[in-house]
Ligand binder design. Sequence first.
Ligand SMILES: *Cc1c(COP(=O)(O)O)cnc(C)c1O
Length: 433
Amino acid sequence: MSYEAYKMNNIGFTTKQLHAGYNPAEHYRSKAVPIYQTAVFELGDYDRCLRLFEYAEEGHSYVRFSNPTNTVLEKRISALEGGAAAVSFSSGMSAISNTLLNLAKEGDEIITVNTLYGGSTTLLGKLLPDYGITGHFVEDENDIESYHKLINDKTRAIYIECLGNPGINIIDIEAVAKLAHEHGIPLVIDNTFATPYLLRPFEHGADIVCYSATKFLAGHGIIIAGLVVEKGGFNWLNGHFPQFEKFYAENKAQIGDKILRQVMFTKRLRMRFLTDLGGHMSPQTAFYLMQGMETLSLRMDRHVKNAQAIAEFLEQHPAVKKVNYPGLKSSTYHALSKKYFPKGPGAILSIRVKGGLAAAKKVLGNVKIFDYMVNVGDAKSLIVHSASSTHFGQPKNIQEKAGVYEDTLRLSIGIEDIGDLIADLKQALDSII
Ligand SMILES: *Cc1c(COP(=O)(O)O)cnc(C)c1O
């Protein structure tokens, strides 16, 4: 496939996940994306050095802020997402923490929800407040008024996830985006559980998307990785973001007004945060991630098909008290699921078993194909007890707001043969009736 072909508007997602962002002619016609295993690049001559450090010329000098292998990955995720630019980070938490620090400074506030990934909850609830950035958690994430009530002139963003953890709740993204934009602030979404194959948040009004690429994007469970994608065009000069006004004034002449306005968020992430805090992804990791992403759409189709079949099986099982999966007609989120996730609402679900903690422990001890692991989004099926792991140490009322009880188990459904997965869960659950 020629390099130019992937830029055609009508090209499909699967074609892009294999080709986008890579021009073999720029890399000795190597068909695989090469791993540039180097810490530094030669500067060439004095004038080029200046242009690189002014960001007036695209190129690479020191790998704390960029590397050609990562550049291909960043262009590829932007293409899949329908975004303008991306930055790759050493982990999902690095992507999220740097994003929030790019948005807010001392005295600023971020509005968020109780159904976040555990690390993000402690980041917004415990760590950032020590630095003067307050995370405000809405009372009811399904009620737009709950968000509205918390907005004031210090609010710098609304931060949500595409599918809540572990209750797999769905927030009405378009309504929240509209509210954010009415107040001149961006909507940031962690799209880890869905991937751009199942949900493209920019099409629903989001401005920034964060990923733990450790999960479905990679799929193989062999790396820790994070990504931030910018839709492009958000007006960062609207009076709410003095840090961007300063950045714009300092860099407009070299980078150019048009480019800077279009991708100011990711430019500042790279030029300030990768440079000063240093959380860039290694090129080796970028390579492994692209290997995984080559099969993303195929894996996700199989993941959601298996998840739907398992949710339906679990709903019928006498040892199961409740199944949280928006693909079920019985789910409170079924209508939102149909709207936002026409291909299926991901492959993570949670259940409550009858018989309390003792029964939950027995199921964990009895599964044979499901791995008892804290990860999600692996090609292999995983199970975990949320209260004693991902949500460990949180007060009971906070756990319950996220849908975590002592009898809650979270399942991440893999791509194994569906008959084997159902048989495994059946024998484990039969043991507690
Ligand atoms: C795993 C995860 C993270 C954190 O990502 P790491 O790559 O482990 O740092 C953030 N958000 C969600 C939704 C996750 O599942």
